[in-house]
Ligand binder design. Structure first.
Ligand code: PNS
Length: 163
């Protein structure tokens, strides 16, 4: 059984993330989408909310599991018996950081491969931080996040603006 992990903050999950998840799920028997807890980031959505969002958006993909990871990905991958990490690459600007992480993860867990998947061109510009910024100013994010979570994403920023 070939298990892969697609890690990220997913704050919130975007159509770009979903594109990578959908395409990479076809390459493995099981794809675990892992919400990572980053102590250096102040997320807008809690880990539970982000996992719930991912579950709702990936219901139609039978081999996707949703989980969270609070430690090192290299250890988490060992625990889950995963053979690969899947990372989406949007542009060369992503590459240096991702390349460094791939090498560190390989050092920590030599059995673990990092697989880079190029984003579909229509999502090259898309990021969770852009979604948060547009939604924060009351802009329309319906072309950036899935219908399944749109109302909840917008509602969070509506509350923020009325305060
Ligand atoms: O969506 P993000 O915030 O760009 O994802 C970053 C992520 C999850 C890939 C990174 O924060 C990460 O790997 N976190 C897990 C902790 C870890 O293993 N760190 C060492 C990597 S070199």
């Amino acid at each position: 059984m070939r298990i892969a992990i697609c890690p990220g903050s997913f704050d919130p999950i975007t159509l770009g993330h979903l594109d990578i998840i959908r395409r990479s799920s076809k390459l493995f028997d099981v794809l675990i989408v892992a919400v990572t807890k980053n102590p250096n980031k102040q997320p807008t959505f809690s880990v539970e909310e982000r996992m719930d969002f991912i579950r709702r958006c990936t219901q139609s993909i039978p081999n996707v599991r949703v989980d969270c990871c609070g430690g090192l990905l290299a250890d988490y991958a060992k625990e889950k018996k995963a053979c690969a990490l899947v990372k989406g690459l949007r542009a060369v600007t992503d590459f240096e950081y991702e390349f460094q992480m791939a090498l560190i993860n390989k050092q920590l867990n030599p059995e673990l491969e990092t697989v880079f998947m190029t984003t579909s061109s229509e999502y090259m510009y898309l990021s969770s931080s852009a979604v948060r910024q547009v939604a924060g100013y009351g802009g329309d994010v319906s072309q950036f996040v899935a219908q399944e979570i749109l109302e909840d994403v917008e509602k969070r920023f509506l509350i923020g603006r009325s305060e």
